[in-house]
Each structure stands twice: as structure tokens, then as C-alpha cells.
Design a protein. Structure first.
Lengths: 655, 99
């Protein structure tokens, strides 16, 4: 598997316009054939990502220089086992390569570089036979020949070249010589040889052709990889393997939360400091507040997640590069099957504990488009790190720190329940969506290649982390930034003159009182009051409503908004102010705002609601349309409302 | 000329309807080997073609390597590489034992 390049969806389809007129090479091969490594070696970190028009499959292309022969474009096609496609990304390979296929959506390459893994030649030659049917010039790039000789296999490359009738270049990852040879061969692509008679397509004849090619090139099957075999006997052992799996997951979480935390803190501190500097040096009141709160605060609230996302992708790239991820998916397959999904979906849900964004991006490793959508629809229900501050605030309002349920700390039990039910709901949602979409598309057979263990390639890992982090920055910053700016404006407008405030009895020298008055009479407050009919049954008042609306930008903003509102009432003891806050108007006026039923409703609401525009944006990017984010937002909101109402009613009856 | 993918889609595998009751890949115990004979009748055509493209072609020797701790899926060595299949797939692959 190489999910980073097989299914990535980033950005629009505008990238080929810059590369018009250049010779195009398509890198084609099955998963685990060293395709992505070759692509990265050729293009460095200069690959551009985009989407193929109309589908969710990402497109990777980059330029490479062929010495004095100028610059050419190299395109990394999704990994495929066949030109008989069963998934959207395999369909792309057909659309790009099949020149007879009436498809004008994509540029047809001028030539193909076909990566063949020397240790899995028997299977790979079947794909080569199909590719030769397209009539495009082909150069075979033979990879993993070092593995072949290490494992006692053998291949006479000159004889192999003669048998195939096309140029063959050996490129071993990490060695420059092969790459130089390849560039040399690529420069002369118009004089590449091709066999007089292309290989057959009939299944029985293909098998015979493969046999004859392998026999005439003295192919000796590599021995079982003893290293992989030994590692697997421990890592996939029924007892030991399960223990190692759980330990790996534990370390995975610990790393994401503990290693990322100080990095996140320093990002936060930096933006706090920057905001302070701006506040000190910009003396136009509204501009200063706008820059420090909306622009810098907004950018900062996104950048805080960059360490976590980079780290998560680093860990996943390492697990992937070693080959352990395939094993983890293998171990979890049966569990995931209960939700109608497969092992690989587990990785995506796992990532969503940190943040739904990398989780949704990780669904790229799923070959089935249906599984991918189902997983994306469930992933935002996993308890992400942005829910944590909201949960902590609300649980601390709900229960004193020494409250106990039996032996356990009550706060801990509630937190665990929130995580547990979040995960359970995510699985259930994925199962429901899998069922609902069951009629579209054929049943994909389940198969998962178990690649030999390897030392991960630094360049591949770096490319993956870089692609993930930069795509996140580019695409999401714009949305979050825009949202925070709009919110700030809504919370601070219309502007109130001092005379008006004085007339309303506000002490204009008291910043907190001014802030409270402005917020109370802001457009946001009007909006908060306007949506009151929706949230009133849940016990929320306009202040909570503003919090909920502002948390659409990012869930933590809820804490910040309530903090702002509370600080306006009692700057010394905002926490106390929250506890003592009462409903201001309506039939329930005078009731303590944050009573147990309301807090329970809020907790459950945040457990289900898709209060995160970044997630919506990523859903849009990864699914290729607004349809799925709209569905996700609607169903999660409906679920959140209904479950919150249920929680309020149940807790109300108990208290 | 029809396109390559169309021709690939037209490939047919006659269902293995041998008179003698066959065993399937799912019958193999750890370490046992067998030779693929064909695909069962219940399997979808596209799935059969994919199994063929994955190297699970008639005549190839397959060894059962290990089961997942929860019994399913199962890893098989197919010729020169290892692949995990769920029971749904392995029961559709008819084999003859190799001793």
C-alpha cells in the first residue's frame, strides 16, 4: 500500500495547465512495487497534488530534468493490480492510459514507466501484459533486485529484457546509478523497442506467456523472507501479537498527545505573544482588536494543530513504511468487519482520536470508495483533541473534583464514557452509511497484500509528512481565518458610541462592562437570540448559542467564547460567573443556566455535532463535492439535537 | 478496436463444477499447500477476474501461512508473495491439495 500517493485529494485540477507541451511520463505499477519511491526520487519534493476532474482520486505530478534533454513531466498514477478496474482510483489508471477509451478528461501520457517488483515478478508480469495492450511506449523499471538476491532469487536481466522486448532499467531505491540510467533512457523514449507481437490477454495464454518469460530469463523464485517470517511469528502471534498491537496503539496515542502538546503550547504562546505585540503597537482600537483576535488568533488556532498533524502523519508513514500498518489492519479486520468495514478503516478512525482531519485524510488507504465514504461519515464522531477542552470545562461545571462513582473518580468516568460512546457512535454511523450506499457499485473482493518488512525510506516519509502538513495549511487556513474574522465582526458590531453606553448605564471606563455591553448587543447576540427557538428545548440560552455558533470554526472556540462572556460579567472569577449564570429571559428566567440537565445536553451535543468547519472543508476536498459534507453536517446536527434532548430529559428526571 | 479495459472485462473463467467435491482454500490448515484449480460458481465475475490478476490463477501453488488471532482473515503465500483474504474469498477458490 502507498496511500499517500494512491488516493490523496488535494486542491483543484489546475496543475496540468502549467505543464502543457512537455513530454509526459506516467509511472504505473502495482502497490508495493516501489512506484512512489521512484516518483519521489525522480521529482524530489516538487510534486504538485490535485484532483482528477470529477473524482476523489488525487493526482500527483512533478517535473524532472533529463540532463541536456530538457524537462519532462512525471505523473504518479494510483497503484493498481489490473486494467480491469474495480475502484475509482483504478478507473483513473484506465482513463489515463487506455487511449481507445473515449475519455478526454485527462492528458494521455507519451510513455509509461512500469515498476515491476523483482520479488513478485510472476504476478506483476500479468499487469505488464495488460499495459502493453495500450500501445504506449513502455520502459520497465525493475525494483527490489537487492531483495531478490538477498533472498536467494535470481533473474538474468539481459535475457529478461530480450524476452519482454522492451527496455528494462534496474533502479534500486537509495542508489543513484540506476536513476541516472533511467533518465538517459527516458530522454530517448521515442526510440524505445516494443515486442512485435504484444503479450496475450486470454487468461490461460497470459499464464503461459508469464511462464515462458520467467523460464527464458532464468528466474528463480526468492526464498521466503526469513526476516519477515520471524517478525510475523511474533507480531501476528495470537497472544503476543495482540499485546504488541495494543502497546503500539498506546505509544501512538501517548506520542500524539504528549509529544505534540509542548509543541502546540509553544505555537499557542507564540501567537499569544504576537497578538500582544500587535495590541501594543497598533493604536487604532478596532483594528488592533481585529488583528490580534481575529487574524492572529484565527491563524494561531489552526496552526496549533500543525504539530499534531505532522506528528500523526510521521507515525503513520513510519508504520506504513515498515510494513506494520498492513499487519495492524490485518489484526483489526475482524473487528472492523462488524461495522461492515475492513481493517484499513481502523487506521483512519484511530487517527481521528487526534483530529478528524488527518483521520479523514487517512481514508485514502481504503481501496473501496464506499468504505472510504462510510469511514469519513463516522470519523468526525471520534473524540478529537478539540473536544477535550470543551469536555473538561463542562465536566468540571457538572461535577466537583472529589465526586465518585463507586471506586472511580466521577469526572474520569464521565470522560471515559464520552470517549467510549463517541467511538461506538462512529462505528455505528460508518456501518449505517455502508449499508445505505450498498447498492451503488459492485462488491469488492477483500484482499490485502502483506509486504515484507523494510526500513522506511526517509524521502518517502518526509514527502508524506510535508504533503499532509502543507495541504492542511494551505487549504484549511483560508477557511478558519475567514470564519474567525466573520465571527469577530459579528461579536463586535455594531459599534457602540460612548454616549449610547453611558445612556444605558454602562461605566465606559470599565473595559469589561463595555465588552459585556458590546457582546450583549452585538449582531452575534441577535443571532444567538434568533436561533433560541432551536436550542431552547435543550435548555441553551443565547450565550450558549453564541458559543455553539462560534465553535463551528473550531470546537475549542466554545470555551473561549464562554470565557469571553463570563469574563465580561466577572473578570476576577470567570469560572464562578459561569456557575452562577442564570437564564436572563424567557419562561425559564432565573434558572441556573449551567444546571446538570443543560450540561449533560451540551456534552452530548458536542459529542455528535459536526462543530468544525475545517472538517467540513476536508470532507469537501476528500469527497470531491459538497454533497457529503452537507449530509454529514445535517445528520450529525439532527443526531446531536435528538441525543442532547434525550440526555437533558433523562438527567432532568434523575436529578 | 475495443479498449483494453473492455477486453479485460470480457475475460471469462468457467466456473469449476467438477463432479468430485472439491476442497477450497479455506480448508487449508497452517503450513498446508494446494494448487489453485478454479473459482466457485457463487463468485462474481469481477471478483474472479481480480483474484486472477492478484496471481491466484489456476495452476499456482498456495500455502496457508497463518490466521489472524480472531480466525479471519488468513494470510496465504501465493507464488512469490503474501496476501490476506477473508473467508468469503478463500471459500470461492477451489484447490487440489499438494503433498
Amino acid at each position: 500500500m502507498s496511500p499517500q500517493h494512491d488516493h490523496c485529494g488535494a486542491g483543484g485540477g489546475a496543475l496540468s495547465t502549467a505543464n502543457v507541451g512537455l513530454t509526459r511520463f506516467a509511472v504505473v505499477g502495482s502497490p508495493n512495487s516501489g512506484k512512489t519511491t521512484l516518483f519521489n526520487a525522480l521529482t524530489g519534493l516538487h510534486a504538485k497534488t490535485g484532483n482528477y476532474p470529477g473524482v476523489t482520486v488525487a493526482r500527483y505530478e512533478g517535473r524532472t530534468r533529463l540532463g541536456e534533454h530538457g524537462t519532462v513531466v512525471v505523473e504518479d498514477l494510483p497503484g493498481t493490480y489490473s486494467l480491469d478496474p474495480i475502484s475509482p482510483d483504478e478507473q483513473i489508471v484506465v482513463d489515463v492510459l487506455d487511449t481507445d477509451h473515449q475519455n478526454t478528461r485527462v492528458d494521455v501520457p507519451d510513455a509509461m514507466l512500469v515498476t515491476l517488483n523483482a520479488t513478485t515478478l510472476r504476478r506483476s508480469l500479468g499487469l505488464l501484459a495488460q499495459l502493453q495492450q495500450t500501445g504506449l511506449p513502455i520502459c520497465v523499471v525493475l525494483t527490489f533486485t537487492d531483495d531478490l538476491s538477498r533472498r536467494g532469487g535470481r533473474l538474468d536481466i539481459p535475457a529478461f529484457t530480450r524476452a519482454l522486448g522492451v527496455p528494462v532499467v534496474t533502479v534500486v531505491a537509495g542508489h543513484r546509478d540506476g536513476l541516472a540510467d533511467l533518465r538517459h533512457v527516458m530522454a530517448r523514449f521515442d526510440s524505445w523497442t516494443s515486442p512485435v507481437v504484444p503479450p496475450p490477454t486470454d487468461p490461460a495464454e497470459v499464464s503461459a506467456w508469464v511462464d515462458s518469460v520467467l523460464e527464458s530469463s532464468g528466474y528463480r523464485l526468492p526464498a521466503v523472507d526469513t526476516r519477515t517470517h520471524r517478525i510475523d511469528s511474533v507480531v501476528l502471534h495470537p497472544v503476543l501479537g495482540t499485546a504488541i498491537f495494543l502497546l503500539t496503539m498506546f505509544v501512538f496515542f501517548q506520542t500524539i498527545f504528549t509529544v505534540a502538546a509542548p509543541l502546540q503550547d509553544s505555537v499557542e504562546t507564540f501567537f499569544g505573544w504576537l497578538g500582544g505585540v500587535v495590541a501594543d503597537h497598533v493604536h487604532i482600537g478596532w483594528l488592533s482588536a481585529f488583528l490580534s483576535q481575529a487574524v492572529i488568533g484565527g491563524v494561531g488556532s489552526v496552526l496549533v494543530f500543525v504539530p499534531q498533524i505532522a506528528l500523526l502523519f510521521l507515525l503513520i508513514a513510519l508504520l506504513e513504511g515498515t510494513g506494520y500498518l498492513a499487519r495492524a489492519a490485518f489484526l483489526m479486520d475482524r473487528v472492523m468487519a462488524r461495522a461492515g468495514l475492513e481493517g484499513r478503516a481502523f487506521v483512519a478512525l484511530l487517527s481521528s482520536f487526534a483530529c478528524a482531519i488527518p483521520g479523514i485524510m487517512a481514508t485514502r488507504s481504503l481501496p473501496s470508495a464506499r468504505d472510504r465514504l462510510a469511514t469519513m461519515m463516522g470519523a468526525p464522531l471520534m473524540t478529537c483533541s478539540a473536544r477535550l477542552p470543551v469536555y473538561i470545562l463542562l465536566v468540571s461545571l457538572l461535577l466537583p473534583s472529589d465526586a465518585r462513582f463507586g471506586l472511580f473518580n466521577a469526572r474520569g468516568v464521565v470522560m471515559f464514557a464520552l470517549y467510549f460512546f463517541g467511538a461506538l457512535s462512529a462505528m455505528a454511523a460508518a456501518a449505517v452509511f455502508k449499508k445505505l450506499t450498498a447498492r451503488s457499485g459492485p462488491m469488492l473482493p477483500f484482499y490485502m497484500e502483506m509486504p515484507p518488512y523494510q526500513v522506511p525510506r526517509l524521502k518517502t516519509v518526509a514527502a508524506e509528512v510535508w504533503t499532509a502538513a502543507s495541504a492542511f495549511l494551505r487549504k484549511v487556513t483560508s477557511i478558519i481565518l475567514a470564519t474567525t474574522m466573520v465571527l469577530w465582526v459579528l461579536l463586535n458590531l455594531p459599534l457602540r458610541g460612548e454616549a449610547e453606553m453611558a445612556a444605558a448605564g454602562v461605566d465606559t471606563t470599565d473595559d469589561a462592562a463595555v465588552a459585556a455591553y458590546v457582546i450583549d448587543h452585538s449582531y452575534a447576540a441577535s443571532v444567538g437570540r434568533a436561533v433560541e427557538p432551536v436550542f431552547e428545548p435543550l435548555g441553551f440560552d443565547w450565550r450558549i448559542n453564541i458559543g455553539i455558533l462560534s465553535s463551528l470554526a473550531a470546537r475549542e472556540v466554545f470555551v473561549a467564547t464562554l470565557g469571553q462572556v463570563a469574563a465580561a460579567e466577572n473578570p476576577e472569577e470567570p469560572a464562578q460567573a459561569l456557575r452562577e449564570m442564570t437564564v436572563q429571559d424567557g419562561p425559564q428566567a432565573g434558572r441556573t443556566l449551567f444546571d446538570a440537565p443543560t450540561i449533560a445536553a451540551l456534552l452530548v451535543f458536542f459529542m455528535y455535532a459536526l462543530q468544525c468547519m475545517s472538517t467540513v472543508a476536508v470532507l469537501r476536498r476528500e469527497s470531491g463535492s459538497w454533497k457529503w459534507p452537507a449530509i454529514a453536517f445535517s445528520y450529525m446536527f439532527a443526531l446531536a439535537w435528538a441525543m442532547a434532548w434525550l440526555a437533558k430529559t433523562v438527567v432532568g428526571a434523575l436529578v | 478496436m475495443s479498449s483494453v479495459s473492455d477486453r479485460m472485462r470480457q475475460r471469462e473463467f468457467r466456473a469449476d463444477a467438477a463432479g468430485t467435491p472439491r476442497i477450497t482454500l479455506a480448508h487449508l490448515q497452517r503450513g498446508q499447500r494446494a494448487r489453485v484449480v478454479g473459482y466457485g460458481e457463487g463468485i462474481e465475475d469481477s471478483a474472479a477476474r481480480r483474484l486472477f490478476d492478484l496471481g491466484l490463477s489456476p495452476g499456482i501453488e498456495v500455502e496457508m501461512v497463518r490466521r489472524a488471532p480472531l480466525r479471519d482473515p488468513v494470510i496465504y503465500r501465493v507464488g512469490d508473495y503474501e496476501i490476506a483474504l477473508r473467508r468469503e474469498q478463500s471459500t470461492a477458490i477451489h484447490v487440489d491439495r499438494v503433498r
